[in-house]
Design a protein around this ligand. Structure first.
Ligand code: ADP
Ligand code: MG
Length: 553
């Protein structure tokens, strides 16, 4: 009978911890833990205290301290207050002797305040401190058992009374310690679960970010595992290897790389890295583009080879740029040499010209026409040299604020005379209010003359040369339009190259000079041409540097 009662009380005292073991299995329940433990403790407290005690009806031996202490410590001040009220109510209901009343008063005056004073510290501490607090609470509770025992000496008791007293006293301690250990373990397990969730969420996000990074990278990246199969590749790789899709490529044997890139050296690099070489680099050509490829070993955190990564960098544009710069450097060297040579030629030519003039004066009249031709040709040669020199020297020119239309109007008599001689018509259209710009008049004259002359040279008789000037928002625009032969597309791109000419007497310097003049004036030059219909040169002089940048010039 008595042992059954002890067993029943033990089960009731284990109620709070049992409830916690069940409750703390899901991370989201962590928040409601105190409410749950207070509820379970309250039930356990009431069941334990109200069940019929066959051993000692007077003293009501049970494990009530277990749910009371556990529930109060985990439940915080509100939970503890609630449990205290329950405890008091149940206890008052059972009181029968004066001794019991004294015990109860002492319990509420001494033990309860002590328990409440420990709650704060309990909740903010780790497991070891918690164990210590529970142990001290238990010992404090034991004092009441001892006092109970001492007070019982006055009346004669049988031996079983003492046995039960000891069983319940020690049992309370054992169950308390077990409960707190088990609850703490469940809390730890729960924390671990939460941490695991966080870590795996972080990990997933990190993996996603990495994949995004690999995808937006301008490099081709292909991962190949130890078995030689493609395991992963990025957007750039797919773009490069189109029309193959991701599913076509993933899982492919790496000899596919040989087929994909059609390149034996790359294939051999991959094989070497697979056999243990750390890294190999190769420049390969693939579909008319140039790639700098790097194959490196791909290792896990224990430095075990997991495969290789193939990274390819498209260098086509870079290489083109490099070639261009090389060419420019060579050209500029040649240009500088040519410039100094032509400069030196001018001196002897000046001497020759002087003597020819002298000879001209002293020779018979019938020879004058020859000398005239010699002088003319010498002047032409001199002009070519001057053009060339102004092209070659990138000098800083002096500019004045002038209106473009004034410069054009100054030139018109010259252009009209030229056109008249060729039997061509010149039309002029100038918008009003042309904004003044910073100009070097000499250079602008040269520009307009070159364009007009080219136009006229492109036309046989009965052509019309139209010169227009307009004031746009961001620039002043000059258009020189002819109705000549036009320029075939393949020649269009070489137009501004120095010495590019299609004329037997041409120098090919005119347009090159025009380009350098326009560039010095923050401008842009465009050509529109239709074979057989004519050509228009459009020169835009930007009013501000910002306008020029916006126009992409
Ligand atoms: P050049 O006039 O001495 O040949 P340019 O640099 O002025 O040198 O012109 C280069 C070439 O561009 C010309 O030889 C001609 O073939 C072509 N070209 C220039 N302007 C025109 C035009 N208005 N119509 C047709 N072709 C032109
Ligand atoms: Mg010309």
């Amino acid at each position: 009978m008595a042992w059954e009662y002890i067993l029943l009380q033990t089960l009731i005292a284990l109620l709070p911890v049992g409830a916690m073991l069940l409750w703390l299995t899901k991370p989201e329940r962590g928040k409601n833990m105190s409410a749950a433990i207070v509820t379970a403790s309250g039930i356990s407290l009431l069941l334990g205290m109200l069940s019929h005690n066959p051993i000692e009806p007077e003293n009501f031996l049970n494990f009530r301290l277990v749910p009371y202490i556990i529930g109060s410590l985990y439940g915080g001040i509100p939970g503890a207050s609630l449990l205290t009220v329950l405890y008091m109510a149940a206890r008052l209901n059972q009181i029968s002797s004066t001794v019991s009343i004294i015990f109860l008063g002492a319990f509420f005056l001494l033990f309860v305040p002590y328990l409440f004073s420990r709650i704060q510290r309990f909740q903010s501490s780790g497991v070891r401190v918690r164990l210590r607090i529970v142990l001290r609470c238990f010992l404090a509770g034991c004092l009441f058992f001892v006092a109970n025992a001492v007070s019982s000496f006055s009346e004669p008791k049988d031996i079983w009374y003492w046995v039960y007293l000891i069983v319940f006293g020690l049992g309370t301690g054992v169950i308390l310690l077990y409960s707190i250990q088990a609850v703490e373990l469940s809390i730890d397990r729960l924390k671990l679960q939460v941490e695991l969730q966080e870590v795996s969420a972080n990990y997933r996000q990190e993996v996603k970010r990495l994949q995004e990074f690999i995808d937006i990278s301008p490099l081709v990246a292909i991962f190949i595992d130890n078995e030689g199969r493609i395991t992963q590749l990025n957007e750039m790789a797919l773009k490069t290897l189109a029309p193959y899709s991701r599913s076509d490529l993933i899982g492919q044997e790496y000899w596919a790389a040989r087929n994909l890139f059609g390149n034996e050296t790359l294939f051999e690099s991959i094989s070497r890295v697979m056999k243990g070489v750390e890294r190999e680099s190769e420049v390969i050509r693939f579909r008319q583009r140039l790639y700098y490829t790097t194959v490196c070993a791909w290792r896990d955190e224990f430095n075990q080879a997991m495969g290789v990564v193939l990274i390819a960098h498209d260098m086509t544009e870079l290489q083109q740029l490099k070639d261009e710069v090389d060419k420019m450097e060579r050209l500029s060297l040649v240009g500088q040499m040519a410039a100094s040579i032509t400069h030196e030629i001018r001196n002897p030519m000046a001497v020759i010209r002087g003597f020819i003039q002298l000879l001209n004066e002293r020779s018979p009249n019938e020879h004058h026409s020859y000398f005239h031709i010699i002088l003319q040709e010498l002047d032409r040669a001199n002009n070519i040299i001057n053009d060339f020199l102004s092209l070659a020297q990138n000098r800083i020119v002096e500019k004045n604020t002038r209106k473009l239309n004034e410069v054009l109007e100054d030139l018109m008599p010259l252009i009209s005379a030229d056109a008249n001689m060729r039997g061509l018509v010149v039309e002029l259209s100038i918008e009003e209010d042309i904004e003044p710009l910073e100009l070097n008049v000499k250079e602008i004259k040269q520009l307009i003359l070159n364009l007009a002359r080219n136009g006229m040279e492109a036309m046989s008789d009965k052509g019309v040369l139209r010169i227009e000037m307009s004031n746009l928002d961001d620039c002043v625009q000059l258009r020189v339009q002819d109705t000549g032969v036009g320029i075939p597309p393949e020649k269009l791109e070489r137009l501004f190259e120095p010495f590019f000419t299609t004329k037997t007497n041409g120098t090919g310097l005119g347009l090159a000079l025009c380009l350098s003049i326009v560039e010095r004036h923050h401008g842009k030059i465009q050509v529109e041409s239709k074979i057989g219909e004519g050509t228009t040169f459009i020169v835009s002089f930007y009013k501000t540097e910002a306008g020029m940048a916006a126009a992409g010039a």
